[in-house]
Design a protein around this ligand. Structure first.
Ligand SMILES: Nc1nc2c(ncn2[C@@H]2O[C@H](COP(=O)(O)OP(=O)(O)O)[C@@H](O)[C@H]2O)c(=O)[nH]1
Ligand SMILES: [Mg+2]
Length: 268
């Protein structure tokens, strides 16, 4: 029997999203509440210089279902998701939705993502690259980059997914717990690809749901050139070393201690 995804967390990582965050939170709360759900919004902000966190704090005084996780500086999109997952799991939610703050992920796709989870899927990915999906207002350069990235991941890493880089996903909490047992090294945008590869290798029921990516109207993309290089390095690493679960040495206190051990090359 599939769990009903009654208690939901929506994770929204933010970096300089002051002009978007209020709208996305209120739209998401009203869409999910109209479905009879009880959503927690988890904003993970990296000390945005534009004061996104203060704005979220002011919203918290009017709305009690907003959680703000403040981090000291820009630590990357992937590590923000992980922070959000941990908090959501602590809140004992059944289902986690993750999305961008910039209104490029339309809130009216959320009911379809949740319906897939309720039907028994473990992971629902909002996809631009299946029939019915698309992209509005992206430059041709960005379109080519996204297509090429997805082609590389699909062909080389055999995920079976059409949209491996979409940041709009819904996951059953149990699948998120399992995902977190894997060693994921990417802390930035590449996290999405690394997680897609891990998730596709777990024994999950996955569905892609078509959506039209709106394209950001306010603010700037945080996808930098260095993130593109990191993406290529991530694909190469996954191709050579594959995916693996955390060992006792890679997680927890022992793991953190092990990370500090440096191997110093001996000069002959
Ligand atoms: N907390 C946090 N959020 C980030 C970071 N980088 C990007 N984001 C957020 O992640 C989401 C996706 O970034 P965005 O710039 O829209 O990337 P694009 O959609 O690929 O152009 C947005 O909500 C950003 O504000 C980061 O380092 N930390
Ligand atoms: Mg975006």
């Amino acid at each position: 029997m599939p769990e009903r995804s009654e208690k939901i967390a929506v994770i929204i990582p933010t970096y300089n999203e002051k002009d978007n965050i209020g709208r996305i939170i209120s739209e998401m709360l009203s869409v999910l509440r109209s479905l009879g759900k009880s959503p927690e919004i988890v904003v993970v902000d990296d000390n945005s210089p534009d004061g996104t966190a203060s704005l979220v704090q002011s919203l918290q005084s009017k709305e009690e279902n907003i959680i703000l996780l403040k981090r000291p500086g820009k630590l990357g999109l992937g590590s923000a998701y992980v922070e959000g997952y941990k908090r959501a799991l602590n809140e004992r939610v059944n289902c986690i939705i993750q999305m961008d703050a910039d209104l490029s992920h339309p809130t009216n796709t959320a009911p379809d993502l949740l319906a897939a989870i309720e039907e028994g899927y473990d992971l629902a990915i909002a996809s631009r690259y299946i029939h019915g999906g698309g992209i509005k207002s992206w430059t041709w350069k960005r379109r080519i980059m996204s297509k090429a990235a997805n082609y590389l991941v699909r062909v080389l890493l055999r995920t079976g997914l059409r949209d491996n880089t979409s940041g709009y996903r819904a996951m059953r909490a149990a699948s998120v717990k399992e995902l977190m047992q894997y060693e994921i090294q990417s802390s930035g945008f590449s996290y999405l690809v690394e997680a897609a590869v891990v998730l596709s290798r777990m024994k999950l029921k996955i569905k892609e749901i078509p959506f039209t990516y709106e394209g950001r109207e306010i603010g700037e993309t945080k996808l930098s050139f260095i993130e593109i290089i990191r993406f290529l390095a991530t694909v190469g690493r996954l191709l050579v070393f594959g995916t693996r679960k955390k060992t006792i040495l890679s997680g927890g206190t022992l793991g953190r201690a092990a990370e500090k051990i440096q191997i110093v090359p001996t000069r002959l």
